[in-house]
Design a protein around this ligand. Structure first.
Ligand code: SF4
Ligand code: SF4
Length: 312
């Protein structure tokens, strides 16, 4: 019997930091010399009443309230893919690296996060909870994550409150929703900042999404996000140009290291990174030409965006 309370006994082993995290654009700007940025595009399927979720020994049969909660959250965070039943398209910023690295580039040798002091990404701060599912479903998210970390050799997620462990859920109630809310608020603000514009551009060229199956993912260079914010103001443009410069250096270093490793399984990733580098090059060329700010830009929003991106 799985308990209705959960806790986390984290010893900072770093085992769950096995790939670069999802990032807000703001976080990527701050950590531009650590993470190669990409845009991840995914189809999010709509759940149905009566659907049974089972993960890590936790089971939940979805009722009408569960579906209403998830629909409302998805509507806030993602973009409708068409008719209600077609689900959503998720457009988010994602750190990128060769899978063979097997670790987040911010992970220190001792298993600690080197960004802890500067501020780790909100998605990481929410771990093991999942900001993308309603609070009422967090036990299922924890079940899935427990299964994942056990496969990595960690036994830190417990289905009971334990002395010395961080209490997460007590009697089905998430004790502290701050980290969940911070990540959701960042995703919502960045809808206005760049995600709506990129999603609209994707929707206008349906061929781009045709091959994307539910649960599947497309990865593209982050250039559309950079160009969108660069059009807001000269300060945003200068920040975007600086990020592009840092990214070209970082990508070159990763590609050089991969060429020395000579792994056939890395060729496709090298190809993709070279595509990113070329896209950054074209973006830099575009940004080096004079351009007027987006005419519809509300000055208050522009100021908010500059503060958000740390470019004010
Ligand atoms: S695997 Fe568990 S114990 Fe290790 S860093 Fe992640 S949350 Fe902490
Ligand atoms: S940023 Fe820090 S907490 Fe997040 S995956 Fe990387 S090492 Fe782990």
């Amino acid at each position: 019997m799985v308990g209705r309370s959960w806790s986390l006994a984290c010893n900072a082993c770093g085992k769950c930091c096995n790939s670069p995290p999802a990032l807000a654009l703001r976080e990527w700007f701050v950590h531009r010399s650590v993470f190669i940025g990409s845009i991840a595009i995914e189809r999010v399927a709509r759940r149905r009443v009566g659907e049974r979720l089972i993960a890590g020994g936790v089971e939940r049969v979805l009722d009408a309230q569960d579906i209403a909660d998830q629909d409302a959250l998805n509507d806030a965070l993602f973009h409708r893919a068409g008719a209600r039943e077609a689900g959503w398209i998720s457009v988010t910023l994602q750190g990128y690296d060769y899978p063979s690295a097997g670790r987040c580039p911010a992970l220190a040798q001792d298993g600690r996060c080197t960004l802890h002091e500067a501020g780790k990404p909100a998605r990481c701060a929410a771990v093991p909870l999942d900001p993308l599912v309603p609070d009422g479903w967090q036990p299922v998210a924890l079940g899935a994550r427990r299964e994942g970390v056990r496969a990595l050799g960690a036994d830190c997620i417990r289905d009971a409150l334990e002395p010395g462990a961080l209490s997460l859920i007590d009697g089905d109630r998430v004790i502290d929703t701050t980290a969940l809310e911070r990540e959701r608020a960042a995703l919502m603000f960045e809808r206005k900042l760049w995600r709506d514009a990129v999603a609209a551009a994707l929707a206008a060229s349906p061929g781009a999404l045709a091959a994307l199956k539910p649960g599947g993912r497309l990865t593209i260079a982050p250039v559309p996000a950079l160009l969108t914010v660069a059009r807001l103001s000269p300060a945003c443009r200068a920040a975007a140009i600086d990020v592009i410069g840092q990214q070209r250096t970082l990508i070159d270093a990763h590609v050089d290291a991969a060429l020395k490793r000579r792994r056939p399984d890395e060729r496709a990733f090298t190809q993709e990174l070279r595509g990113f580098a070329q896209a950054h090059e074209r973006a830099l060329d575009e940004l080096s030409r004079p351009c007027a700010p987006t005419p519809s830009s509300d000055p208050n929003f522009v100021r908010e965006a500059e503060i958000w991106l740390g470019s004010h």
